[in-house]
Design a protein around this ligand. Structure first.
Ligand SMILES: [Zn+2]
Length: 158
């Protein structure tokens, strides 16, 4: 009988007064200390920039490896013998032309992010969808213009 005293059951309206602000669902308000609060799109752009920087690093380190692989300096033990290391080297040198183009595109994209012109379609000036930017960060055309261009190219190729 006296046990009822121990656990008072609060009525509904008393629970609502516990202080937690109702911020759920209205977007994440978690901003790390020291960071300016960014719009959602800007946050996505920063994500993309991080990805681009990582990609750039990978390409650069691979290029470095390709340059540094000398016949006498076989750093890759898991590549087996020297012959395969040299095959790999020429393969990497071939790759470099393409990698360099990609690297340039990545650097341009990073520049555009810094200048605030990233994600704007070169052709129509409309913002490019975040999904598309995440899938192809180096793109400079929105999906509509890109599709149109591809169709034009097809027609021109006839
Ligand atoms: Zn466009």
């Amino acid at each position: 009988m006296s046990s009822q005293k121990k656990k008072p059951v609060l009525p509904d309206n008393a629970q609502k007064d516990t202080g937690a602000p109702k911020n759920n669902g209205a977007g994440e308000n978690v901003s790390p200390a020291g960071k300016k609060s960014l719009s959602v799109r800007e946050e996505h752009l920063q994500d993309i920039k991080c990805d681009l920087l990582k990609q750039k690093e990978i390409i650069l380190s691979e290029a470095e490896v390709a340059i540094n692989v000398l016949p006498e300096q076989t750093a890759f033990s898991d590549l087996g013998d020297q012959a395969s290391a040299e095959t790999d080297r020429s393969f990497m040198l071939q790759l470099r032309g393409r990698e360099q183009k990609l690297l340039k595109k990545i650097e341009e994209a990073i520049d555009r992010i810094d200048c605030g012109t990233f994600g704007i379609c070169d052709v129509c000036g409309e913002p490019i969808g975040i999904k598309r930017l995440k899938a192809r960060p180096v793109t400079t055309m929105c999906i509509a213009c890109k599709t149109e261009q591809e169709e034009d190219e097809k027609e021109a190729g006839l």
